[in-house]
Write a protein that binds this ligand. Structure first.
Ligand SMILES: C=C(O[C@@H]1C=C(C(=O)O)C=C[C@H]1O)C(=O)O
Length: 452
């Protein structure tokens, strides 16, 4: 990896100097292909204590791994129209073709980001200055470097060294963070008892007919002892079919392994994952099958799942045509849990974009509840801690509008070495607090293992 870092600095600065760059408006772009052994992964250029904006994505559907460092452009949104604001600004930004935006949005743009999320906007997307892209198992990496046309070779060298230096020089022991100065005292960490009280409070409202379902989450505290690169590699190994991602902003890394695509768009096609209804993994294939069968035949889980499919298909009709989905869900098996799963497909209407669909769908009843407004009010009033980007979105969008937004699940926020891990589950009539606690424990387990 050290060899790759040296090649990046020399080859990019040389290309800038001899002007082997593409020009577009105020930008110049260097594009290179470099050899890079398929291990270690590209994430070894990333560190918890980076001083720059950074992103990582290992996406198993297209089998592409990406690392972005620095920011050529950033858009931020605050408040209830945060997503609308960033979408308008992204469309207005005149970036070179081939630029990729990375970013996401908070679960609830009406709540001030607090606790570990302090300093984060409600929506944030950026185009990295330096982007490394490699197909899984490939030993070549595509490199692009975007910067303002007026930059000198010295500027470019300093910028690259600044972005890549932490990877070469930092040791875990040099990094310290004083949690008490940054995390507020109202940073609620529920234990089983206090969380059960919130669940019971929700059950009262559900039985009284004030809502049908609410997804309640909790955050767990942890001190990180693993490197970022090791954490990401463990997540990739544990969750081979999930989108493993990380994004750094303002001293905080959000990382996760999301099994759920809120929306994917490519060549006019659009797909959405409906994922709701959860059971454990068995100790062997037979127990796995029995648990899956019980999940598929559970009235409680099927009705919870059906509500998500209904919501998604009704909303998606506003931006997509030719919707198709199977009548019955299948099972999506992950390392720690099994979910009921229904994929919905369609064609994006002319003039509609991926983020239009994301804005309409978020939050689905899989992470909010039904009726949506009542569930969101309940979460705001009773959950007791700030979700930030947890259960919001994380994604990437290329210059042609293709890309995906995942539901930011199985996530943690790390202000090294302090971490908050997040997990939630749907509460409906018949839910039992002890079972739901166990479900959140199962969902937290791989992230706990990744960070230590
Ligand atoms: C809320 C989470 O997961 C969501 C809730 C599920 C459920 O209640 O069964 C299943 C998958 C996700 O849509 C989480 O992982 O934190």
């Amino acid at each position: 990896m050290k060899e790759l870092v040296n090649r990046l600095v020399t080859d990019i600065t040389r290309a800038w100097q001899v002007d082997e760059t593409l020009k577009g408006g105020q930008w110049r772009v260097v594009s290179l292909t470099l050899p890079c052994a398929s291990t270690p992964a590209l994430d070894s250029v990333l560190e918890w204590n980076t001083g720059v904006q950074a992103v990582y994505s290992a996406e198993p559907v297209t089998r592409m791994e990406r690392v972005g460092l620095g920011a050529a452009a950033v858009v931020q949104g605050f408040g209830s129209d945060a997503m609308g604001v960033v979408r308008t600004e992204m469309n207005a930004a005149r970036l070179p073709s081939g630029s990729t935006w990375f970013g996401g949005f908070a679960f609830d743009p009406t709540i001030e980001p607090r606790g570990i999320w302090q300093g984060w906007p409600h929506a944030m997307w950026f185009v990295p200055k330096l982007l490394l892209v490699r197909a899984f198992d490939s030993d070549v990496v595509r490199v692009s470097y975007i910067d303002k046309a007026g930059q000198t070779v010295e500027d470019i060298t300093a910028s690259l060294k600044g972005m890549l230096r932490p990877a070469a020089s930092t040791h875990m022991s040099e990094i310290r963070f004083d949690a008490s100065t940054t995390l507020e005292s109202n940073d609620v960490i529920h234990d089983e008892e206090t969380w059960a009280a919130v669940v019971n409070r929700a059950l009262v409202d559900i039985r009284a007919g004030r809502m049908d379902k609410v997804v309640l989450g909790r955050q767990a505290r942890m001190t990180v002892t693993a490197t970022l690169s090791d954490s990401l590699s463990r997540l990739r190994n544990a969750y081979e079919t999930s989108h493993v991602f990380a994004m750094h902003w303002n001293g905080v890394w959000m990382l996760g392994a999301s099994p759920e695509e809120l929306v994917r768009a490519g060549g006019g096609a659009i797909t959405v994952d409906c994922l709701a209804g959860t059971t454990a993994r068995g100790i062997d294939a037979e127990t796995d099958r029995q648990l899956a069968k019980a999940l598929l035949t559970s009235e409680k889980n099927r009705s919870e799942h059906g509500a998500v499919v209904r919501f998604v298909t009704e909303r998606l009709r506003l931006v997509a045509n030719e919707l198709e989905w199977p009548d019955v869900p299948t099972i999506k098996q992950l390392a720690n849990v099994q979910h009921l799963y229904t994929p919905v497909r369609g064609r994006l209407q002319n003039g509609k974009q991926l983020l239009d669909a994301a804005a309409l769908l978020h939050p689905t009843p899989a992470v909010g509840g039904t009726p949506r407004a009542d569930a969101l009010t309940f979460i705001r009033e009773h959950e007791g801690w700030p979700r930030g980007f947890y259960a919001g979105g994380f994604g990437l969008i290329d210059g042609t509008g293709n890309g995906l937004v995942n539901v930011a699940l199985r996530t943690a926020a790390v202000r090294f070495p302090e971490a908050r891990l997040f997990a939630g589950c749907g509460i409906v009539d018949g839910s039992r607090p002890a079972d739901e606690w166990l479900e959140t424990e199962m969902k937290l387990k791989p992230m706990r293992m990744a960070l230590q």
